[in-house]
Structures are given as C-alpha cells and as structure tokens.
Design a protein around this ligand. Structure first.
Ligand code: ATP
Ligand code: MG
Length: 231
C-alpha cells in the first residue's frame, strides 16, 4: 500500500498501475520506458496542469463536441493508467474507442478489449480493414468504421509516426503528451501537454460544461485557440 500522505503518491500510484498493466499483459515492457520519459517532463512541470494545458483541454472538448466522427484511440499505457476515465469520455461523447497498439499481439488486444467490456465499452480495432497510407507498423491497420472514417482522433501517449500520418490524411488530432518536443506534440491540431491522469478528468468536466452550448460558440473556442508551437 502506498500511503496517501507520501509526497510522490500520484507518481508512485501511476508506476504501480503500469506494473500491474505489464503483469496482466495489457501494457508492453516498452510502455514503461515511454512512461519514464513522460514522468521526467511531469517532474519539471511540478506535476500540475499548466494554464496552457487548461486552454488546450477546453479547445479539445469543443473540437470533440463539434466532430462528426470523433474516435478515441487507446494503447496499453492508457488502458493501464486511466481506463475508467477513457470509458467515461467515450460515453459522454458517444465516441467509439479503438484499440491501436504499436507492440500489438492478439493477446494484448483481447485483454484490453475484455477490460473495456467490463466498463461497458465494446471497442473497435479488433478487426482492421483500413490501411493508413505509408504507415507500415501495426498502428497503420485500423478499423474503417473507427479511425478510418474519423474526422477527429484523440491520441494520448502517441507514437509520432502515426500522428503525422493521421494529420496527412486530413484528420484533426488531439494529443495528450507530456513531452512538448515529441513529433506528436509538434504535429497535432491541439496538443495537451499534461499527464493523462490529470488531463482526462479535466477533459470530461469541460465536455460536460460545453455539451449544451450552441455550436457557433464551440466553433469560436476552437478558432480562437492557437496551438502553442513547440518547435
Ligand atoms: P514521438 O514518437 O511522438 O516523437 P516519443 O518517441 O518521445 O514520441 P513514444 O514512446 O513514441 O515517445 O510515446 C510516448 C509519449 O508519451 C512520450 O512523448 C511521453 O512523454 C508521453 N507520456 C508517457 N507517459 C505519459 C503520461 N502519463 N501522460 C502523458 N504523456 C505521457
Ligand atoms: Mg516515438
């Protein structure tokens, strides 16, 4: 048990969740290294959501609410760190979740799918019938009814190769990535530089606040948002 009073409680809890993710077979070993990179940036941020991230979260909520086919892409780290929040966001947006893994194995896909089903979500990405042009990794094969036809894709903890290809396909992408220097952060339509464990609950709150607001106002929020250039 990690005592709540520990100054690094949240960070230790996240490490523990990822450790469990690996033990269950949901998260890949490489996912731990990716997490370490993110964690270092979070340390520098003081493990707090910045003002810029808050603005990006609001603009993301508006963009997701305006989308015709929003899709939420899930990988092994997200499935270990924030599965409940991801499922909740999917439900309030009525947006499907698609499993998309770089280190894809049948077993990992089934385990993630099973854990989402327990949360009332039937994910896409188990059968894949759409190829993202020029992307040879496993992430290039997606579902035509999910990422294939999506106009807005939420891509937390993304790998830069796919992010670039999605943008080239004319899709809008929302990245949640603690590393402002990653290719994902640089090429996305909106970049939320924040820990996924903080960004998702805030995003859910923003969607709840904005979902009854008229579309013209949502468009204004998106248009007036200038994604910080991290180059
Ligand atoms: P890119 O391929 O986009 O240049 P990268 O090679 O630095 O990125 P990847 O391993 O491809 O990184 O993807 C993991 C990304 O997720 C990293 O940029 C890391 O900072 C970020 N990350 C890891 N854990 C978290 C977290 N809990 N919340 C938000 N971002 C995270
Ligand atoms: Mg990468």
């Amino acid at each position: 048990m990690i005592p709540k009073s520990h100054p690094r409680y949240s960070s230790l809890l996240q490490r523990h969740k990822l450790e469990l993710g690996v033990k269950k077979g949901i998260t890949s070993i490489q996912g731990l290294i990716a997490y370490g990179r993110g964690e270092a940036f979070d340390y520098l941020l003081g493990e707090k959501t910045t003002k810029e991230a808050k603005k990006a979260i609001k603009a993301s909520a508006a963009l997701l609410l305006l989308a015709k086919h929003p899709v939420l892409s899930i990988n092994g780290n997200t499935a270990a760190l924030a599965p409940r929040e991801f499922a909740k966001l999917s439900k309030i947006l009525n947006a499907p979740i698609e499993i998309n893994l770089f280190h894809r194995t049948k077993k990992r896909v089934l385990l993630i799918s099973k854990s989402l089903k327990k949360l009332g979500i039937k994910p896409l990405g188990i059968k894949r019938d759409f190829q993202i042009k020029g992307l040879e990794s496993e992430r290039g094969k997606v579902s035509s009814s999910g990422i294939g036809k999506a106009d807005v894709v939420l891509i937390p903890l993304e790998d830069g190769d796919r992010a670039e290809k999605l943008v080239n396909l004319g899709k809008k992408t929302i990245a949640i990535d603690l590393n402002p220097l990653s290719r994902t952060s640089k090429c996305s339509t909106i970049t939320i530089v924040d820990n996924i464990t903080r960004a998702l609950p805030s995003l859910i709150e923003e969607v709840k606040k904005l979902r009854r607001i008229d579309k013209a106002y949502l468009r204004k929020i998106v248009e007036s948002f200038k994604n910080k250039k991290y180059q």
